[in-house]
Design a protein around this ligand. Sequence first.
Ligand code: ZN
Length: 561
Amino acid sequence: MASHFIVECLDCGHKGSFYPAAPNCPRCGGTWQEARYDYSSLAHSLPIQLPGRPFDIWRYHELLPVRSPNADLSLGEGGTPLIRATNLGLMLGCPNIFIKDERQGPTASFKDRQAAVAIAALKEAGITEVVVASTGNVAIAYSAYAARAGIKLWAFLTSLVPAAKMREVAIYGTQVIKVTGSYDQAKKVAAEFARQHGIYLDGGARSILCVEGMKTIAFEVSEQLTALLGPPSTNTETLDNQWRVPDWYFQSVSGGLGPLGVIKGFNELKVMGLTDHIPQMAIIQTEGCSPMVHAWKQGQETAIPIQSPSTLIATLATGDPGRTYTLLRQYMNQGSGGEFESVTDEEAFRSMHHLAKMEGLSIEPAAAVAFAGLVKLVRAGRIKPSDVVVMNCTGHTMPIERNILGEGWSRNLVLPSQSMEESSEEGLLAALSKIGIDRFPCIEIVDDNADARRLIHRILQSQGNFKVFEASDGREAVELAKKEHPNLIILDLMMPGLDGFGVMDALKVQQDTADIPIIVVTAKELTQAEKERLKGHIQSLMQKSDFSSDDLADEVHALLG
Ligand SMILES: [Zn+2]
């Protein structure tokens, strides 16, 4: 049966058929090849057929290296939601940030796409045993699909992978080999094992199957953005029925396979005339393991491997990105443009908290690296407020939590043993009171603008445990302060009726409100006389235009001790 695609060698340009068991170029032996499909005919047929298909990765099956998708192997991969990050967007001043929520895939990471396509194609080719090296998520995704397909999996994991993650790999029946050493060492051992025993080795970024699985993110994102925001506005009639492309696509990377696939996906949409450009890529690494970022910033074509990655985020600890970096750099320089950036583990952990507290998304530290990168690039002015940004977001909140949550994140509720129902309720209330639910500092936010109040509320919510009250005008602010006795007031100056100065004066004349610390947050350019008026009565003055959430949080924490 003739295949619906061919493979082309990136080194010698040889074109031929695809045989999973013989992945190297038959002419030059090269290990880097790409799949090419019949784009001109798909450009016509696909837009007509897509609307009637289920929203999963197999809706694009003509663009995937599997001859006949087998529904029995499917776990519902792909078709994850694209969620607007309203509160994060508010905080960063970028209203069009969207999260591709890959947590909602079968094993909660975007590696499900790669595993689903790879295992389906390998099953089709009659392959019964597979070796994979992984920093965790790939092994979990492959394990699930291999179990379903009845393929025996050998997973080589670096000993840095948390034990809970290793156990999750093992529960699917995968043989786990724990390699005491770096991920790069684990990869070498896995390759040698596969060679010695003649077992299929998953090629990662070199594997056509993996890259092809990943590219489905680009297809889905474009379809979803078009549905959410409408087709792009264009001046030419020929661009009717165009799909929308984000201005930026963000992803944290270890080896770089993800963005390699995503770029290919966007390229294919462009080749088919469904889009007219591809997004800028923001590739974010953790500082303790950022060979790509170093090479990019120094304009180097190849990345120098890092021997001993120094990061708590084991999932991202690929020290040697090899040719993947060179290819990404080449694609970005030639087409998409973009940025490689690094962030610290601490910045990533902070973003993890932000996402959970502001958007209700508990994500894994590796995914949080991308969000920390977003904060950094927005603050550097690299991302424009009007830009449409898509964030790749993966789940698996793993035991690394212990490192980031510190002590005291949980409170023990010990119930006394009582036989009488009534007294047991009393006991419960007594026990509850001991865990101090009411002991959070109380903060009053005063601003006539609802969005401004919401933003400050979200910042406080993301930065600590506070009880927050809001007042929308001066009179309400004074009443609320008398009633609730807040530990701190965050006050806007320009309000209709009683303005911020009036509120300040009213609080100062009342004995029980006179000593409440005040942070003024204002858009107003203050005159010298106004500054004099505030002097000695407020603790801090912040301009709305240029304070960061961290600045505000620092002030709040300092004032509350
Ligand atoms: Zn070749």
